[in-house]
Design a protein around this ligand. Structure first.
Ligand SMILES: Nc1ncnc2c1ncn2[C@@H]1O[C@H](COP(=O)(O)OP(=O)(O)OP(=O)(O)O)[C@@H](O)[C@H]1O
Length: 336
């Protein structure tokens, strides 16, 4: 059995249909008309223990709504969600013990308390064993380099310091699943890197499952092994990071420094992208031509002095993916 099972889940919100000039306000109250907005539309996936999943999509695609349903905060309109075999919204308390949640735009911290005391408060709320708490506390504080601001009231912390505290609070009780909604939003490059490294390390050390939504594709690139993509409420991709890049980019780049500038490689599997005289960049797909074969083709014409292989960029892949319509058959079958 998978840790998380999502079967044909939809979520619709009821919206008041406000049409202007409906007459007196009191009448519009009586004649209120509603319409339904499907935020999540018939999605299915399952996630196993210890997976690092990026849940991505454009603004308004349905990511937060999905996370809130997984966390038991929202009830699906249709379909079934099971987290460790239990329905999250029916077992909210029990579910809360197994999960950790970080919403980058909202805080779980107490504004006037020093961070250390906030952590202690969470220890009591979650009834965390003192030894387990101490061990986790020390591990997290060291990894996230937080010891210098433990006694500072939360309201005086910088955004980067506060976000690190939010993550620690969500992890103190050793949850098996952690939902991170935009955990690096607004942070500088150094703090982002620290948080990404931290997530990977906690995953390795404790086999914690992380489900991450983000608009920062570097988060996905560094942290996630698997990507699930949602567009207008529908699932449009589910596969590994590698599959994602292979499918939605033009491939790898081979940059070669050559002995003489006038060469012409006429193999269609090797596309000249940039010609700077003695340095040339080619695009190629690994499934079509191997690096060895590509280099052999070039070396027939000139001496090769240096080579560099560049991985496909995830940003390019996301751009391509978002250009597709949700009706396109993009879904990649995977065996989690
Ligand atoms: N409580 C609500 N009532 C009505 N509509 C809602 C509610 N919550 C979300 N929606 C709508 O559902 C759709 C999906 O919203 P959701 O917040 O899940 O998107 P998202 O992918 O997380 O977007 P973002 O990247 O901007 O955070 C949007 O059209 C949003 O306006």
């Amino acid at each position: 059995m998978s840790l998380i099972e999502v079967e044909h889940v939809s979520k619709a919100f009821r919206l008041i249909n406000r049409t202007p000039n409906q007459g007196p306000a009191i009448l519009s109250l009586l004649k209120r008309q509603y319409e339904w907005k499907k935020a999540v539309d018939d999605i299915s996936f399952s996630i196993g223990s210890g997976e690092l999943v990026g849940y991505i999509g454009a603004n308004g695609a349905g990511k937060s709504t999905t996370i809130k349903m997984l966390a038991g905060i929202l009830v699906p309109t249709e379909g079934l969600i099971r987290v460790q075999g239990k329905v999250p919204w029916k077992n909210r308390r029990e579910n809360a013990r197994k999960i950790g949640v970080v919403f980058g735009q909202r805080t779980q911290l107490y504004w006037n308390l020093p961070m250390e005391e906030t952590f202690d408060l969470f220890r009591m709320i979650y009834k965390i064993d003192k030894r387990q708490y101490r061990k986790n506390f020390e591990f997290y504080i060291e990894l996230l380099e937080m010891s210098s601001f433990l006694k500072t009231p939360v309201r005086q912390l910088s955004l980067g310091q506060r976000m690190r505290a939010e993550i620690v609070v969500a992890l103190l009780h050793d949850p098996e699943i952690v939902y991170l909604d935009e955990p690096t939003i607004g942070l500088d490059v150094a703090v982002k890197a620290k948080i990404r490294e931290f997530i990977r390390q906690v995953n390795q050390e404790k086999n914690t499952t992380f489900i991450l939504t983000t608009h920062d594709m570097k988060d996905i690139d560094y942290i996630c092994d698997r990507i699930i993509t949602i567009d207008q409420g529908k699932l449009i991709f589910d596969g590994t990071l590698k599959q994602f890049k292979n499918r939605f980019t033009n491939g790898h780049q081979l940059v070669v420094k050559v002995g003489q500038p006038d060469i012409s490689v006429s193999d269609p599997r090797l596309v000249l992208l940039q010609d700077q005289g003695l340095q040339k960049s080619f695009l190629f797909r690994k499934e079509e031509i191997s690096i060895v074969e590509a280099l052999a083709l070039i070396s027939k014409q000139t001496e090769i002095i240096d080579i560099e292989i560049k991985e496909p960029e995830i940003e390019d892949a996301v751009k391509q993916l978002y250009q597709h319509k949700s009706s396109d058959p993009l879904l990649v079958e995977i065996n989690p």
